[in-house]
Design a protein around this ligand. Structure first.
Ligand SMILES: C=C1C[C@]23C[C@H]1CC[C@H]2[C@@]12CCC[C@@](C)(C(=O)O1)[C@H]2[C@@H]3C(=O)O
Ligand SMILES: O=C(O)CCC(=O)C(=O)O
Ligand SMILES: [Fe+2]
Length: 372
């Protein structure tokens, strides 16, 4: 652990999976704590080949294309990941969030630790939330923002004049608004591709009180510093995202998605494209038609890579179940209903097998068909 973290920890006991390596003082070797050399045996992925495929083209969907709906449905069913062009998010806003992230991560470690994510909290600076599921540390640092960024930003830029944190907050809020708009549009398209009409107020399932609540939106900024030996380190271990889907902006190559029978495929950092990953809750909602996509982030020796991840999910306590329209005598409900909150608890205990825990067996009639 780096000296700043050490001092901090001795005063505030913390689990060690929150603190990133002190990248400011990284030498020319990857420490043992960060060396990924044993097979993970997660997600039933065959790890015999380290090869990353660059020749297989991932679906790229132009939202202005008249066939966008069909292409998008196809991409969700076959890949669980796709890239969108003409998404309507202003390019200068994307550049701005990139430079604000860069400004944040280039603060001295000591400063970033002032906004460290406390145990049990979602927002703040630290290792990615999923680090606790892996035996080795990741070559990255992240900053998670749930709700207003103001409180966190004040910790990062405390004594200076307002300009420092207000610029950051402005850009975050603006980006979040654009992401919300785009996500709602994508959600409608994805559901339409399944024959679901989102005008129906109950399409996400029902909350305990029956009232409509806001969907939850969360931003995570990731930073992957240059690494002296990228083959031995991991930026972000293999995982699926838990919400309905995530929208990712990356500044350079490093994102890999896994496809069965194919292997790890690189997601190219196309100019002006955003990457969408189907998450676990969409798998439940779509009754297994759209499977969440396993992905990871690699690091490199020359370029500091950044990514910005927006999570689009339901309110934490709203039950998500397979949509009624996707359940019929030939398609029984595969998963039991679950709230995002319950699902995160399940995932905390069964990281790569969380969805399997929701699989239910239903009684079938004599003809082998499901009776609703
Ligand atoms: C509400 C959530 C969803 C979490 C856990 C918890 C708080 C932060 C979320 C993320 C944000 C970034 C990707 C992810 C994979 C991560 O590492 O932290 C997400 C994870 C999940 O989708 O499970
Ligand atoms: O850095 C990336 O490209 C991916 C980040 C990611 O998957 C995540 O934060 O969940
Ligand atoms: Fe992810």
């Amino acid at each position: 652990m780096n000296p700043v973290s050490e001092t901090y920890v001795s005063n505030h006991p913390q689990p060690n999976h929150i603190f990133p390596l002190d990248f400011e003082s990284v030498q020319d070797v990857v420490p043992d704590s960060h060396t990924w050399n044993s097979p993970l045996n997660m997600f039933n992925i065959d790890e015999s080949s380290k090869h990353v495929i660059r020749s297989v083209a991932l679906p790229v969907i132009d939202l202005d294309d008249p066939n966008a709906l069909e292409l998008l449905g196809d991409a969700c069913q076959t890949w669980g990941v796709f890239q969108v062009m003409n998404h309507g998010v202003p390019l200068n806003l994307i550049k701005n969030i990139e430079s604000e992230s860069r400004r944040l991560f280039s603060l001295p470690t000591e400063q970033k630790l002032k906004a460290v994510r406390l145990p049990g909290e979602v927002s703040g600076y630290g290792l990615a939330h999923i680090s606790k599921f892996f035996p080795k540390k990741m070559w990255s640092e992240s900053f998670c923002i749930l709700g207003s960024p103001v409180e966190q930003a004040r910790k990062l830029w405390p004594d200076q004049d307002e300009a420092d944190y207000s610029k950051f907050c402005e850009v975050i809020e603006e980006y979040r608004n654009e992401m919300k708009k785009l996500s709602e549009r994508l959600m409608c398209l994805m559901l339409s591709s399944l024959g679901i009409n989102t005008e129906d107020p109950n399409w996400t399932g029902s909350s305990s009180t029956g009232e409509q609540k806001d969907t939850l939106s969360l931003l995570q900024l990731n930073s992957y510093p240059v690494c002296p030996d990228p083959n031995r380190a991991m930026g972000l271990g293999p995982h699926t995202d838990s919400p309905f889907f995530t929208v990712v902006h990356q500044t350079g190559p490093g994102l890999h998605v896994h496809r069965n029978q194919v292997g790890w495929v690189e997601v190219p950092p196309l100019q002006n494209a955003l990457t969408i990953h189907i998450g676990d809750l969409f798998t439940v909602l779509s009754n297994g038609r759209f499977m969440s996509c396993v992905h990871r982030a690699a690091v490199n020796q020359t370029r500091h890579r950044l990514s910005v991840v927006y999570l689009h999910g339901p309110p934490m306590d709203v039950k998500v179940s397979p949509l009624m329209k996707l359940v019929d005598p030939d398609h029984p409900p595969l998963y039991r209903s679950v709230t995002w909150k319950e699902f995160l608890d399940i995932k905390a205990k069964n990281f790569d097998k969380a969805l399997d825990q929701l699989i239910q067996t239903v009684e079938l009639g004599e003809d082998g068909k499901y009776i609703a």
